[in-house]
Design a binder for this molecule. Sequence first.
Ligand code: NAP
Length: 244
Amino acid sequence: MLKGKTAIVTGGSRGIGRAIALKLAKEGANVAILYCGSEEKAKETVQEAATFGVTANCYRCDVASEEDCKTTIEQMIAHFGSVDILVNNAGITRDMLMLQMKEEDFTTVLDTNLKGAYHMIRYCYRPFMKQKHGKIINITSVSGIMGNAGQTNYSASKAGLIGLTKSVAKELAGRNICCNAVAPGFVETEMTEQFKDRPEVIDNIPAKRMGKPEEVAALVAFLADDCSDYITGEVIRIDGGLAM
Ligand code: NAP
């Protein structure tokens, strides 16, 4: 149970982030839902989270902007009183072969997926240290473990997130702060819409299906709970066996 805890979920407006915000709320956590472009969807997620009897609020925060992250964390702490759980979920793809990939395609993905997590962790660092507890969960990808043709930018960002996770875990383990990564394979969201009807994609997954956002959310809720306090610096795949 996460009763009395407060969680931040970046990219909580849609897809996996939305499922995570709702699961944490169902487990009793108050939730700050961060969005970038999808204000209406973020507000819907807030309304649905509030049906679990918790406090929920949404904030516009482009995680690629250090100023946005700093201001948002200050605002949400002022509103909720504390922060206990940080889920770095916001992420984008700009898939293309390396030859076609312009520098902007590379840096935009790195700035959102990797630097975004860095900003968010940096501004939660002091509150976590002060209260001597905290849970950081970074949503990486099997692409960051295996690499993937057409995803040099995305794979690099997600591999970087794994390095960030392990280093932060080592810095903060002695303070009762855990930092772990969750690495999904194909999960049914708008990001993977184009793959869901492709038999060659499904055939390649040992479980012969895509994952559901709620399955990722259940794993995140476990890592957010005190019962997993002895797990840190870990990367847990949730991919139906894809990266085995
Ligand atoms: P999605 O449906 O495309 O949703 C992406 C989310 O990220 C949205 O809530 C979006 O918010 C937010 N976002 C994008 N850019 C942002 C920014 N600059 N600042 C703040 N928020 C931003 O994607 P998803 O499938 O749920 O993916 C969620 C995470 O899981 C990502 O990190 C992704 O890389 C990872 N992942 C997904 C899969 C998969 O198969 N789906 C597999 C492995 C890993 P707005 O709409 O408000 O802009």
